[in-house]
Design a binder for this molecule. Structure first.
Ligand code: 3YP
Ligand code: ZN
Length: 493
């Protein structure tokens, strides 16, 4: 991990507090990283450079990093490119298996707080939600030349994320929580009876149907699976409310944040987070709920469900104008009693690490402080990553780690650590797993021996400094923080 990817006020506690006699997990990987770093240089033609160099010099990075190259690989100027690649491949596979399920004894969790536990919800049925074929997302239509392909919202990224969570050894440190199906009464707290019936009807069709907008496939039986997704989040929030776990992550499908009260859209059937929020308010004694949404797309469904409700603060960071069209602008700030309780940060395409951290610091954290939630819910999309095909943002696994730390710190300060994340978007099968692992490691306050294999490749992307046009949006949205609560104060007799 590049040191600059960790906010200044913290460190990766587990990496420097390793008990005597325990092999530091980072050391074995750092040697391999050097090799990967140099391979990236070789493959892309980019010059490696420290983040600070890249960020401060308009002419680009100059000096190579101060790392010591592995003898025989990097410093082999006499070798041809194919020879260097072969040598590199040998380096990165030098220690097979040392990153898998060996227990790492003596690793502290959450600053040594052993009472802190992280819940995890997953179920194979989530992978059985069948989105079928399409032209990525447009319905396939061979006569019209629209060639069928695997739908972009398919199980692969999520299956691989779950497998990495297992193989890394992290799963063994989590409290696994079994999902159940949300009941009709629970869904009705958020959705209309007509919408629920529509999903059921579509789900009963032999070939499946659509949730509402023509982009949101309902596979055969997906009604039951969508209820298992919403119910999984309900079970997780319940465990957090009861203090059985401190925080948690529900790696669910189908996603939820675009679904409105009466319509599915953007691959979403039921709004899982909204259903969990209403359950927490109605049954768990958690009246004030903040929903942070860092999926690359606007959390329009969640926003619309709570738009006039001051008991639920929604904050969405997303790529401006990406999806839904014409949605998620700064001027959408809540209405009626909910005025001030919807916050949007429409970030320009190309926004990366520095700007997202700045938005977290300038908007999300102060908004949370001001709102003082009893529970923080997170619509956790990994489609703002640099490798995602459905958006054009530039986050890395370490960006998600750093942003997660900011949220766990806020949750610790404000609401006994209660932070519950629901999986949303994220479509890179090869990168989502590393983002999810970094996120979940940070949530659990630990690290595994598995590190982002692409970290060196993306180090320079992530080093992109905060740019003026990004800063302008963040500055403007930051003005909204003081509007939280201002409406009631103005309306008071
Ligand atoms: C839904 C249809 C076109 C864009 C797509 C976005 C899905 C998503 O990841 N939302 O968060
Ligand atoms: Zn998304």
């Amino acid at each position: 991990m590049h040191p600059s990817h960790v906010p200044a006020h913290r460190s990766t506690k587990a990496s420097h507090e390793i008990a005597p006699g325990v092999i530091p997990s980072r050391r074995t990987t750092s040697r391999r990283l050097v090799g990967i770093f140099l391979a990236a240089t070789l493959l892309t033609g980019c010059q490696p450079g420290s983040t600070t160099t890249a960020a401060s010099s308009p002419t680009g990075p100059a000096a190579p990093p101060p790392a010591t190259p592995t003898p025989g690989t990097a410093t082999a100027p006499g070798l041809t490119a194919p020879q260097r690649l072969t040598t590199l491949a040998a380096t990165i596979t030098a220690a097979p298996g040392d990153h898998t399920t060996e227990p790492q004894q003596g690793r502290p969790t959450r600053g040594g707080d052993l009472s802190m536990t992280t819940g995890y919800v997953f179920h194979p049925e989530y992978l059985w939600h069948d989105t079928g074929t399409s032209a990525g997302l447009m319905p396939a239509n061979p006569p019209a030349g629209i060639q069928p392909a695997v739908h972009i919202e398919n199980p692969e990224a999520k299956r691989r994320a779950h497998e990495l969570i297992h193989v890394s050894g992290l799963l063994a440190e989590l409290t696994v929580i079994e999902p159940r199906r949300a009941t009709m009464a629970e869904l009705l707290r958020v959705h209309t009876g007509d919408h629920i019936q529509h999903i059921k009807t579509q789900s009963d069709l032999r070939g499946g149907g659509d949730a509402g907008d023509g982009f949101s496939p309902v596979g055969p039986g997906s009604y039951a699976i969508a209820r298992l997704a919403a119910g999984g989040l309900i079970e997780l929030v319940t465990a957090v409310a009861r203090g059985e776990v401190t925080n948690g992550y529900a790696l669910t499908r189908p996603p939820g944040h675009h679904a409105t009260a009466d319509r599915g859209m953007g691959f979403c059937l039921f709004n899982n987070i909204a259903v969990a929020a209403r359950h927490a308010q109605a049954e768990l004694g958690l009246p004030r709920i903040a929903i942070v949404d860092w999926d690359a797309h606007h959390g329009n469904g969640t926003q619309s469900i709570f738009y006039t409700d001051p008991s639920v603060l929604t904050i969405s960071l997303h790529q401006a104008g990406c999806f839904p069209p014409d949605s998620g602008w700064i001027r959408e700030n809540g209405a009626g009693d909910g005025t001030g309780y919807a916050i949007n940060v429409p970030l320009p395409p190309g926004t990366g690490h520095a700007a997202y951290l700045h938005a977290m610091t300038e908007i999300v954290l102060p908004a949370l402080e001001r709102f003082a939630p009893d529970l923080i819910l997170l619509a956790n999309g990994f489609d703002a990553s640099v490798f995602d095909p459905m958006a054009r943002q530039m986050l890395t696994a370490d960006s998600y780690r750093a942003m997660t730390r900011m949220l766990t710190d806020a949750a610790d300060r404000l609401c006994h650590g209660r932070l519950v994340a629901a999986h949303e978007g994220g479509y890179s099968p090869f990168y989502v797993p590393y983002c999810a692992l970094a996120f979940l490691e940070e949530l659990a306050g630990t690290t595994t021996r598995v590190t982002d294999p692409l970290a060196a490749v993306v180090a320079d992307y992530a080093a992109e400094p905060l740019q003026p046009h990004q800063n302008a949006v963040i500055d403007e949205a930051a003005q909204l923080v003081s509007r939280i609560g201002a409406h009631e104060i103005a309306a008071a007799p």
